[in-house]
Design a protein around this ligand. Structure first.
Ligand code: DQA
Length: 146
């Protein structure tokens, strides 16, 4: 059987994770996220592929690619969470599990962060667990795909 791959997609400004507003998002980087997710993936026999873009269309294209190559998607859409019907529509073309992750507890923050277009599709949502939320999402993904 071919190894299943989980795509871990990250939206705008998350390339600066660790440097950007560390009081909110912490000092760990996306490389740390990639390492944590790969470690959990290995426990479940899942490959991981972490991607980040500041461009909405690139995120949409990667979701389309995931239709062919991924068993599940973990996505931190960042600001696109609150603005992008295009990302939601793309996720609605994907058949596998989708888990939405936010490093910060968005519901404790500004009102404009309380609504998520992506939550209309997500099978589970993590918020406020710091970067640990990605690894927890991977663990849940492992259980869903078992
Ligand atoms: C975020 C929360 C969003 O509101 C924000 O725009 C981000 C990151 C988070 O991980 O907490 O860029 O998705």
């Amino acid at each position: 059987m071919m190894t299943q791959t989980i795509h871990i997609l990250n939206g705008p400004n998350l390339n600066l994770l660790g440097k950007r507003q560390p009081e909110i998002y912490g000092r760990d980087t996306l490389d740390d996220v990639a390492r944590d997710c790969a470690a959990v993936g290995a426990e479940f026999g899942l490959e991981t592929r972490l991607l980040q873009s500041n461009w909405e269309g690139q995120i949409v294209d990667w979701i389309h690619e995931a239709r062919e190559t991924a068993a599940g998607i973990i996505i931190n859409p960042a600001a696109l969470t609150h603005t992008s019907v295009a990302v939601l529509d793309a996720l609605n073309t994907f058949d596998g599990p989708v888990i939405e992750v936010h490093i910060s507890q968005v519901h404790k923050r500004e009102a404009f962060r309380h609504h998520s277009f992506v939550s209309h599709r997500a099978d589970a949502v993590m918020a406020g667990f710091g970067i640990h939320g990605y690894a927890l999402a991977m663990r849940h993904m492992g259980r869903l795909l078992r």
